[in-house]
Design a protein around this ligand. Structure first.
Ligand SMILES: NS(=O)(=O)c1c(F)cccc1F
Ligand SMILES: [Zn+2]
Length: 259
């Protein structure tokens, strides 16, 4: 599979060369304009049932860090909201900037947050995550914005192991972590049909972007930026600005489950 990155040479503006769907009709992320979102009373509340014992390990994959979950049963699932059926949590990861002024993938009225958390779930009508990856109803991703404020002690549990996954390809066990603790109090959300925000950019994601952010301190954001895009022994490149900018809405409707 072709190597891609977030640099000028191989970054988002170049992805269409090897992944032509980059210019597709339902690409992500997007700029969310709350005044143009349509309140939909038929949207059900999000039902998030996570079993912390299913968290497995944390990996630096050269693009972000990723916490991966055991997904061989229905103990860690997402139902309700805009989706039908049951989706299992596979992994969560983040995208962030080189400073506190940028970093999120989705924006709200053009506002960029310093970081965005993605909780990636796959539709159990398919055999597994890889089968679901390129199906139009294959994935459901919950997006959570991080806003600069007080330090986030739940997030700190993740940051504390970054020393063990500094370089690309490094991973370590990460047991008993409950990602429910990374969600804001309100589960008010916007939803729209989109795509993976990294190659292969499959148009297989029902996006569920929470309106309320969680907090992160500036010091904690500095810890994200100590991760490396590069493998051990290579010239170190700080892992930051690993976000795709908003893509054309192309007539899509964004719905809200709140007024
Ligand atoms: N960023 S994202 O949440 O769209 C995403 C996925 F859903 C799945 C795999 C990689 C990835 F980056
Ligand atoms: Zn993501």
């Amino acid at each position: 599979s072709h190597s891609w990155d977030y640099s000028t040479q191989g970054g988002p503006d170049k992805w269409a060369e090897h992944f032509p769907i980059a210019n597709g009709a339902r690409q992500s992320p997007i700029n969310i304009i709350p005044s143009q979102a349509q309140f939909d009373s038929s949207l059900k509340p999000l039902k998030i049932q996570y079993d912390p014992s299913r968290s497995k390990d944390i990996l630096n994959n050269g693009h972000t860090f990723q916490v991966t979950f055991l997904d061989d049963n229905d103990s860690t699932i997402l139902t309700g909201g805009p989706i039908t059926g049951t989706y299992r949590l596979k992994q969560f990861h983040c995208h962030w900037g080189g400073s506190d002024n940028n970093g999120s993938e989705h924006t709200v009225d053009g506002v960029k947050y310093p970081c965005e958390l993605h909780l990636v779930h796959w539709n159990t009508k398919y055999a597994n995550f890889n089968e679901a990856l390129n199906k139009s109803d294959g994935l459901a991703v919950i997006g959570v914005f991080l806003k600069i404020g007080s330090a986030n002690p739940r997030l700190q549990k993740v940051l504390d192991v970054f020393g063990a996954i500094k370089a690309k390809g490094q991973q370590t066990t990460f047991p008993n972590f409950d990602p429910k603790n990374l969600l804001p109090a309100s589960l008010n959300f916007w939803t729209y049909e989109g795509s993976l925000t990294t190659p292969p950019l499959y148009e297989s994601v029902t996006w569920i972007v929470l309106k309320d952010p969680i907090s992160v301190s500036s010091t904690q954001m500095q810890q994200f930026r100590k991760l490396l895009f590069t493998s051990a022994g290579e010239t170190p490149l700080c892992m930051c600005n690993n976000y795709r900018p908003p893509q054309p809405i192309k007539g899509r409707k964004v719905r809200a489950n709140f007024k």
